[in-house]
Design a protein around this ligand. Structure first.
Ligand SMILES: Cc1cc2nc3c(=O)[nH]c(=O)nc-3n(C[C@H](O)[C@H](O)[C@H](O)COP(=O)(O)OP(=O)(O)OC[C@H]3O[C@@H](n4cnc5c(N)ncnc54)[C@H](O)[C@@H]3O)c2cc1C
Length: 386
């Protein structure tokens, strides 16, 4: 039932269409389970299965000289996984985001040490940027990394860290103080068994996935743990988000497509006042709005992905537009789906009830919607000629 006509859009090459079709079949066969129970166990299993069947290979470049991340493939995979299982999308996406700074800025040794493992599901990755007092305000990071003899010592806290508690390593952004604010940050690889790293608290959210607050106390890392140069942390974080932010929009798109599928099935199958629900014009109005929002979101998501794949150094504006529009539109689409399902729409465990919980955090993480508006406005205003 799902509309696949977008795969004919000129953003895609035949290899993208092939991956999308193959994953559709794979997801139907492998992602039927919806009650995850123990979320840590479920997430580990999903990483392992996605690795076994080689989907994680798309989250980071291989060893070939010209290999790089293809954002269109990432986006297609995220939208397909999200349509079947929010947790499967999460497991896939975090391997890419967590390993992203290593993929994009790591030394050969760092890439060889970690990427073959994240790409096969043998190591779980996490991206540790946010802190209790610096979520949106990234430049305000307080976690410190002091040079100490041969290496660095980290002290501070990170919070809302996805995969916190199950990750094998964390890419941690900390203040090294080369300059004030954003220019004094650096990125480090901290292994989960480092005695200076503690999982201070496990966090529960409305759509469960592994999440934690981390505490670093005299956490010693070797010089080889530094990614790129000292002082480059902000650039590393923003460039990584620039690649992966578009794919948050793609996940939202997958949730929205699933909501429309469920709605079409419901509207055709349920009879009210002697006719299918789909015959009511108000319901048709909702369905038209949903389809329109989905196509508009898809155009923005794949425009951003295509622009990056065509070699643009940064796609800050395109990625912000894709993420902002697709996540906000998906929320509206899912809300309409819940409405059309009546009481069933809010019944625990119903697919549209699950989607209603799944979508919410996407409008907050990797840059809240309001922050994306600021980014877009700044970019547009910068074109004004004085
Ligand atoms: C489920 C989940 C998973 C996450 N995973 C990770 C992860 O893996 N790694 C990681 O580092 N972080 C992660 N985060 C953290 C996430 O990135 C932050 O929550 C987000 O950046 C917002 O920061 P905050 O929560 O401190 O809110 P605040 O920064 O306090 O912002 C609150 C609100 O203020 C408004 N606001 C903020 N700044 C502006 C502005 N400039 N202009 C206008 N309005 C503004 C927005 O409405 C915003 O939602 C995750 C969060 C969630 C909920």
């Amino acid at each position: 039932m799902t509309d696949r006509s977008f795969l004919k859009w000129p953003f895609f090459e035949s290899r993208h269409r092939e991956v999308a079709e193959r994953l559709k079949t794979w997801a139907s066969a492998n992602l039927a389970e919806t009650d995850h129970g123990d979320v840590d166990k479920a997430c580990r299993k999903l990483v392992s299965v996605l690795g076994r069947d080689r989907w994680l290979e798309f989250t980071a470049p291989g060893e070939g000289k010209n290999e790089r991340i293809d954002v269109r493939t990432l986006a297609l995979i995220r939208e397909t996984l999200a349509r079947h299982s929010g947790l499967a999308d999460f497991a896939f996406a975090m391997q890419g985001l967590g390993a992203g700074p290593i993929s994009l800025f790591g030394s050969i040794e760092q890439r060889n040490a970690w990427l073959p493992r994240t790409r096969t599901g043998k190591a779980i990755a996490a991206f540790a940027l946010s802190e209790p007092d610096s979520g949106s305000d990234v430049a305000n990071i307080a976690t410190e990394a002091r040079r100490d003899g041969n290496g660095f010592v980290l002290d501070g806290e990170k919070t809302w860290i996805s995969n916190g508690g199950i990750a094998d390593f964390y890419v941690v952004f900390a203040r090294t103080g080369e300059a004030p604010g954003a220019r004094g940050l650096s990125a480090f690889i901290v292994e989960a068994d480092n005695p200076g790293l503690e999982i201070a608290e496990r966090l529960q959210v409305i759509a469960p996935h592994p999440l934690a607050r981390l505490r670093f106390e005299r956490c010693r890392v070797a010089p080889a743990a530094l990614i790129g140069d000292a002082g480059e942390g902000f650039k590393i974080a923003m460039t990584t988000l620039d690649v992966f932010r578009t794919t948050v929009g793609a996940a939202a798109l997958g949730f929205a497509r699933r909501a429309l599928d469920e709605t079409l099935r419901r509207a055709a199958g349920r009879h009210l006042f002697g006719a299918p629900l789909a015959d009511l014009q108000m319901v048709q109005g909702h369905i038209a709005d949903m389809a329109l929002e989905i196509d508009a979101a898809a155009l923005l998501v794949y425009r951003a992905a295509w622009t990056k794949d065509m070699g643009a150094a940064r796609v800050t504006r395109e990625a912000a537009m894709a993420k902002l529009f697709a996540t906000e539109a998906a929320q509206r689409v899912i809300d309409a789906a819940v409405q059309i399902h009546g009481g069933d729409g809010v019944r625990s465990g119903h697919p549209v009830e699950t989607l209603y919980r799944e979508i919410r955090a996407l409008r907050i993480y990797e840059g809240a919607s309001d922050v994306q508006k600021v980014v877009i406005a700044r970019s547009v205003l910068s074109t004004v000629e004085h």
